[in-house]
Design a protein around this ligand. Structure first.
Ligand SMILES: NC(=O)c1ccc[n+]([C@@H]2O[C@H](COP(=O)([O-])OP(=O)(O)OC[C@H]3O[C@@H](n4cnc5c(N)ncnc54)[C@H](OP(=O)(O)O)[C@@H]3O)[C@@H](O)[C@H]2O)c1
Length: 228
């Protein structure tokens, strides 16, 4: 049994991550900002629900103490929680408050969460840190200005992950990013080709198979290496 911490499990991919790990009888710390009935239904002796607004450092601190009270180690941290902006963002419409909000949630929060939970991860058996990004994080694949701030937040998270992999390696920890694909969620919309079940079963396979060589790399949900 491994101990898994996931952010943003009220709905979408985060909820499905919690569901699939729970179905495997792993010990899941499912964190949420907004409680949902679907998440509440997963609560059990193995699945603990913990409030965590990732954009609020005080909430990160409180969640750390709540998790630390229940376990002395974590094997996997999945930074899943994120927000997106509308696709019509373009020169002339940029606005500081919404840009900062996206960077706070999508880029800064995962780094602060990695940092805060480091001691628990160091004591875990596998020590994997997984940051969910997007194909839209890839500079090489970029050929449009659509949702530039969202893309920039995910490209920046790629860079943090690749940079911090150097600090994590001597600690025996492995950090990498995964593009979940285009998925039918509130963020992905209903025309997306992948269901959350399909995307998450791929994500879990990538996490299971990742060894130390995965440190600092960028994968797709099917395990293919993504171009930076
Ligand atoms: N869906 C796609 O096609 C797609 C494609 C590429 C990458 N991704 C990435 O995959 C991940 C999951 O996306 P999704 O499609 O499941 O998105 P979603 O359906 O919009 O769900 C987002 C989740 O993040 C949570 N969240 C947002 N801000 C939060 C905060 N400050 N604190 C705590 N939780 C917060 C939401 O909680 P609330 O209910 O409280 O708002 C919700 O549980 C994200 O990192 C996203 O960027 C998704």
């Amino acid at each position: 049994m491994r101990r898994i911490l996931i952010t943003g499990t009220s709905r979408g991919i985060g909820l499905e991550l919690a569901r699939q790990y729970a179905a495997r009888d792993e010990r899941v710390f499912a964190t949420y900002r907004t409680p949902s009935a679907a998440l509440k239904a997963l609560e059990s002796v193995r699945v603990t629900l913990i409030p965590l607004d990732v954009a609020d450092p005080a909430s990160i601190e409180a969640a750390y103490h709540a998790v630390n009270a229940q376990t002395d180690s974590l094997d996997v941290l999945i930074n899943n929680a994120a927000i997106s902006n509308e696709g019509d963002e373009r020169l002339g419409t940029f606005e500081q408050a919404s840009m900062l909000s996206l960077f706070q949630t999508n880029t800064i929060a995962p780094v602060l969460i990695m940092q805060r939970f480091l001691d628990l991860l160091k004591r875990g058996a596998t020590g994997k840190i997984v940051n969910l990004v997007s194909e839209l994080a890839s500079l090489e694949l970029r050929d449009a200005s659509y949702a530039a701030t969202y893309c920039a937040t995910k490209a920046a998270l790629n860079m943090y992950t690749r940079s911090l992999a150097h600090d994590l390696k001597p600690l025996g920890l492995t950090a990498f990013t995964i593009d979940p694909g285009w998925v039918q969620t509130d963020m992905g919309g209903r025309h997306a080709p992948l269901t959350p079940e399909q995307s998450v079963s791929g994500i879990l396979r990538v996490i299971d198979q990742a060894n130390r060589d995965a440190n600092g790399r960028f994968f797709r949900h099917d395990g293919a290496e993504m171009p930076w």
